[in-house]
Design a protein around this ligand. Structure first.
Ligand code: 5AD
Length: 429
């Protein structure tokens, strides 16, 4: 979905625009009065974030055309539809998916319980082909800025839970905006996930101000503030935030309330649905590897995720973490994580699927493996180096070192090696 190169707005009806990228058309959200047909625009996460002067846009497009074509060719050469002819149950399920028929719970469970390496490879290749059919070689890389590790809740899985004796930090408005500015001006990011624990010490007005200032940098403001009031989320939407990340964590109601004391799945889902209704681009998902979870729970999670029809699917493994009641839990396998990505792609063929930092923590090769098993989206941590290690929602968090510039370079290299367009990171200043 994210081609952070300029594209020409070729049509606009209500708030839905169509942008042309070298002949490929993609839909974006356009706020009233932000652009008119014929303008060159930069979009991120399916949202227009800024206009760009025609001469500048044309220059960038001339410079990019050749590399863009080459990347597409590479992606195509690495994505070959596997041969799924045959009459084993496994192949029949893939054939059904190929015909875009709905797979039953039992069939999804069968895929999740597959352990044969050859079959798993087929499943990943199949999901990767579906990813390419839906999205071409587009991929999104968003920056996450974790601005406070204070939290009023005591979730059993989370390292920044209230009762964990941990050094706390809270960035000021100026620090948040300065970091975002650095991310835009020096690193070329066009989307920021502003994440924090459930920290009520920022006033609504302060959060509105932060959103307005970050948005004015010409970027997508993507909120990840947890369980906050509908009224606050509405205010922040009106202030210009356009995307939100709020996981439902698990589809099992009892497990949910056990892990998030004092809260219910019902309320969480009501908030998630409300956010979508008021117009936010929605990212949601679940954690897997939770105690008491079964394979059925995982399939129910995938199906609930699909029902919520988010714009982005963000799910990741539980990383058992010190200072939490789940510190002794067993880690789930990387294969299960990849199966979940691939099955999500099969169930929701047009989804945008993130390889989460938690998965990278579980498996260092996760980005490449995930991108080849149906995923098309990555995250980079832009949290200031002085506090990055304190945002310890889980132990051993990947990318917590102060080497962002190298990480950006590695990400660009990885995306290029897979023929994905790394155009939303660092390439367009
Ligand atoms: N392991 C993995 N993910 C975690 N999260 C919180 N704690 C952990 C953990 N120990 C995830 C939750 C939350 C998101 C911000 O981080 O899913 O929604």
């Amino acid at each position: 979905m994210c081609y952070a190169i300029p594209g020409k707005l070729i049509s606009l009806k209500d708030n839905i625009g169509v942008v042309d990228y070298f002949g490929e058309e993609r839909k974006i959200l356009v706020d009233k009065g932000e652009a008119t047909v014929g303008d060159y625009v930069i979009a991120q996460g399916g949202v227009l974030v800024r206009k760009i002067p025609e001469s500048q846009a044309e220059q960038i497009l001339v410079d990019w055309k050749e590399s863009f074509e080459k990347l597409k060719e590479r992606d195509a050469s690495l994505t070959s539809a596997p041969d799924v002819t045959g009459d084993t149950k496994f192949l029949q399920i893939l054939q059904k998916a190929n015909l875009k028929q709905t797979l039953s719970k039992e069939e999804l469970l069968f895929l999740l319980q597959t352990t044969d390496k050859k079959q798993l490879q087929l499943l990943y290749d199949f999901a990767n082909t579906m990813r390419q059919k839906e999205h071409g070689n587009a991929s999104c890389t968003h920056a996450i800025l974790e601005f406070s590790n204070n939290c009023v809740f005591d979730c059993e899985y989370c390292g920044i839970r209230k009762s964990h004796d941990l050094k706390r930090y809270r960035l000021t408005t100026e620090e948040i905006v300065a970091r975002a500015k650095y991310g835009v001006e020096q690193l070329g990011f066009t989307a920021f996930v502003l994440q924090s624990g459930e920290d009520f010490s920022y006033t609504d007005e302060q959060l509105v101000d932060i959103v307005k200032q970050v948005k004015s940098l010409g970027v997508l403001v993507f909120l990840s503030l947890g369980l906050r009031s509908k009224a606050l989320y509405k205010k922040l939407y009106d202030a210009g935030a356009r995307a939100v990340l709020l996981r439902f964590e698990t589809s099992d109601e009892q497990l949910f309330s056990k892990l998030r004391p004092g809260t219910t799945l019902k309320d969480r889902l009501s908030l998630i649905k409300y956010l979508k209704e008021i117009g936010y681009v929605l990212a949601t998902g679940f954690m897997y590897g939770l105690p008491g979870e079964t394979d059925e729970t995982i399939i129910n999670n995938i199906l609930l995720n699909a029902d919520l029809a988010p714009d982005m699917y963000s799910s990741g493994p539980l990383i058992p973490t010190k200072g939490t009641p789940l510190k002794e839990e067993e880690l789930i396998s990387a294969d299960t994580a990849l199966k979940i990505i691939a099955i999500t792609r099969l169930v929701s063929s047009d989804s945008n699927i993130l390889v989460t930092t938690a998965l990278e923590t579980l498996e260092p090769q996760a980005r490449k493996q995930g991108l080849l098993a149906g995923a098309n989206s990555l995250m980079l941590t832009l949290t200031p180096p002085e506090v990055k290690a304190l945002y310890a929602i889980y132990d051993g968090k990947a990318n917590k070192e102060d080497r962002l510039l190298e990480q950006i370079q590695e990400t660009i290299e990885l995306l290029k090696s897979l023929g994905r367009s790394p155009m939303d990171i660092g390439l367009i200043q």
